[in-house]
Design a protein around this ligand. Structure first.
Ligand SMILES: Nc1ncnc2c1ncn2[C@@H]1O[C@H](COP(=O)(O)OP(=O)(O)OP(=O)(O)O)[C@@H](O)[C@H]1O
Length: 647
């Protein structure tokens, strides 16, 4: 490189606006655990080494020096400096600008959004927005991998010198984290042969991080199992000693790994810092061999409901990191984190070719089956722990019921429900079927947008009177799987708002109100039904007497073979459709109002019965969360009836 270039003045750049906000948040996070900056830098350094290892498979010249890949941490207590170096892939000038001046990662962006939301919330409550934001920000920092910028929690200035593998240029990035950074060429003699060196000029209150004991403690706590060895050196001394050996934790036998080691590895592999709720570690032998170390988080990852529905399991081939973008697990298991290391997959395939490799399909099948069986085991051995997983990921697991029909039966074993009998707990389909009532042949459910609204639905009255359990399905995904699932244990699923309820055959429960002697007789009910049907005309598909109701006079149901009403509503919201199938109005033959209507049918002026028909139709719509189809007409008739009563 010519000296001209070296003397080229440093270029100043402003941080992306979001980075500036993030830096401010970090630096003011006085309550946060500052140790994590080292974990973040080590994690980046390890990624850079793994990237190089992979690139060198197709271009061995990239690490022709043959030096083992490693991370070196050098401490200089007198100069109050800490240096983290790696001989990984390094960065070009453009990469320095792009990667260290921009929020590259969606996780970091999600972190900021949540931190800001927390800050706004705090400001709303007590007006102390800055303080509130800092405290919540610090709590959040513990949950997300926030990356390189965390260096500014401990450093007044950060100098990054990097040389991209295969390049004959080196560049230096410098910033005090106050809104701008400089990038300038660096002398090759003063740069790593390959890779990145990050020098932190520590602030006075962070000077402990230049102590050997502190560095050792932090590395062993947070980074003991990153898959690249970490060495420690004192400033000015050539000798270094090994802090961690970079061996793959997943390749060890289960009996040799402690709970703490699993937790630390989980943090590094997932970028989340909650406790794993379930750890699955095994080695598959036989036709294809692979090691699996997977975790089910205890907290929802930020991107759980991201439309891309991508998983993040890392694929290794013979200890070489290949990608975390290969889809190994089905989308319904996208919350699972960890590593799968194959002995047999070829190393130098593109991601697309890997994706369609039959060996990968075998691995996918094996691992998915294992996840299901481990979840099933946990559900019986430690119900409480399982339910915590269910509460966090249930709606996602249920996506498998319609996307992964081959595994539906296995999934049914681990799915849990709220029902009219669950109280604060959860019910399984096996529980439901074990408690079927005499002559009950179906599994009944109600779709609604909240458990409260589901439980308040008049459609449930007849079921309650017969002590028939009804599943309360309140996740949007429920409306989809329940339409395609054929049934469980030979019992079809049926919505309480759908078709004839078939409740007659099921005896009334003890203590249920007995049929009212004062109720209208069958002929009178038939007359009311016929009159209301004629009155409502084509507003409804039909009017009929119901066994579904106990206390309410009327409700709306869907035709026998039509889609459930809640499902239609969902479709209308998501696709702007309004071509609903017409509902059926069911009247409760036991209700005194129906008997009264029958009496008034004999009147010369039947407007009162007509009004009652329209009002029942309108109020049934209101109970379903809709407006009466003609609100002005509904209001007029209501006033009319009240006037008649009060004069
Ligand atoms: N030591 C390094 N060697 C090579 N590239 C690096 C190094 N450190 C950081 N980078 C680059 O800078 C980018 C931004 O780093 P940063 O730590 O902020 O986010 P991230 O690594 O993408 O996410 P996270 O660290 O939170 O998992 C990285 O994705 C990587 O491309």
């Amino acid at each position: 490189m010519s000296t001209d270039t070296i003397e080229q003045p440093a270029e100043s750049h402003a941080f992306q606006a979001e980075v500036a906000r993030l830096l401010h948040l970090m630096v003011h996070s006085v309550y946060s655990n500052r140790d994590i900056f080292l974990r973040e830098l080590i994690s980046n350094a390890a990624d850079a080494c793994e990237k190089l290892r992979w690139l060198a498979v197709s271009d061995p010249a990239l690490n022709a020096d043959g030096a083992p890949l490693e991370i070196v941490i050098e401490a200089d207590p007198d100069g109050r400096r800490l240096t983290v170096s790696d001989n990984g892939v390094g960065m070009t000038r453009q990469e320095l600008v792009d990667n260290l001046g921009t929020i590259a990662r969606s996780g970091t962006r999600a972190f900021l959004e949540q931190a800001n939301a927390a800050k706004d919330g705090a400001a709303g409550q007590d007006g102390a927005s800055k303080d509130g934001g800092s405290k919540d920000g610090s709590r959040l920092i513990g949950q997300f991998g926030v990356g390189f910028y965390s260096a500014f929690m401990v450093a007044a200035r950060v100098v990054v010198t990097s040389r991209r593998a295969g390049s004959d240029e080196a560049w230096r990035w410098t910033s005090d984290g106050q809104g701008t950074f400089d990038v300038a060429p660096a002398e090759l003699a003063d740069a790593p042969v390959r890779g990145t060196r990050i020098v932190l000029e520590l602030t006075e209150d962070a000077k402990d991080y230049a102590d050997e004991a502190t560095v050792e403690r932090v590395v062993k706590t947070y980074s003991a199992h990153v898959p690249v060895p970490i060495r420690f050196a004192k400033a000015g001394e050539a000798a270094s000693r090994e802090l961690t050996d970079g061996s793959a934790l997943w390749a060890k036998a289960k009996s040799e790994v402690t709970k703490e080691e699993y937790a630390e590895f989980y943090g590094n592999v997932s970028g989340q810092w909650d406790e794993p709720a379930l750890t699955i570690h095994y080695r598959a032998e036989g036709r294809t061999e692979y090691s699996v170390l997977l975790f089910v988080p205890s907290m929802k990852p930020f991107d759980l409901f991201d439309p891309a529905r991508k998983g993040r399991v890392k694929l290794y081939v013979r200890r070489i990191f290949i990608s975390d973008e290969v889809e190994i697990l089905p989308a319904w298991a996208r919350f699972v984190r960890g590593v799968i290391d194959s002995e047999d997959l070829p190393l130098n395939l593109s991601r697309e070719l890997l994706q369609s490799n039959p060996l990968l399909e075998t691995i996918r099948k094996g691992v998915t089956g294992r996840i299901l069986s481990e979840l099933g085991k946990l559900a019986t051995s430690d119900t409480e722990a399982y339910l915590r997983i269910w509460e966090a990921f249930g709606p996602v697991i249920k996506e498998g019921l319609y996307e992964d029909p081959d595994r539906r039966d296995e999934l049914f074993k681990i799915i849990r429900f709220k029902s009219t009998k669950s109280g604060d707990g959860w019910r399984s389909l096996a529980d439901y079927v074990a408690d079927l009532r005499e002559n009950q042949t179906r599994i009944h459910y109600v779709l609604a947008d909240s458990p409260e609204r589901a439980a308040a639905s008049p459609h449930l009255e007849g079921f309650r009177a017969r002590d028939v359990e009804v599943l309360l399905l309140t996740d949007p995904v429920d409306a989809f799987w329940v339409r395609t699932a054929l049934g469980y244990d030979g019992k079809p699923f049926q919505s309480v708002t759908q078709g004839a309820a078939d409740l007659d055959a099921i005896p009334l429960a003890e203590g249920a109100p007995k049929p009212d002697a004062a109720a209208a007789g069958a002929a009178e009910v038939a007359a009311v039904v016929a009159f209301v049907k004629e009155t409502l005309g084509d507003r409804v598909a039909d009017v009929r007497a119901s066994t579904r109701l106990a206390e309410s006079p009327a409700c709306l149901v869907a035709p026998d073979f039509g889609p459930d009403k809640e499902f239609e509503k969902l479709m209308s919201r998501s696709q702007g459709r309004s071509d609903f199938t017409k509902p059926i109005l069911e009247l409760n033959p036991q209700h005194p109002l129906v008997a009264a209507m029958a009496r008034h049918l004999a009147d010369a002026d039947r407007t009162l019965v007509e009004d009652a028909g329209f009002l029942l139709f309108g109020q049934a719509r209101i109970l379903d969360g809709e407006a009466p189809d003609d609100p002005a007409d509904f209001g007029r008739r209501l006033v009319q009836v009240m006037q008649k009563l009060m004069v």
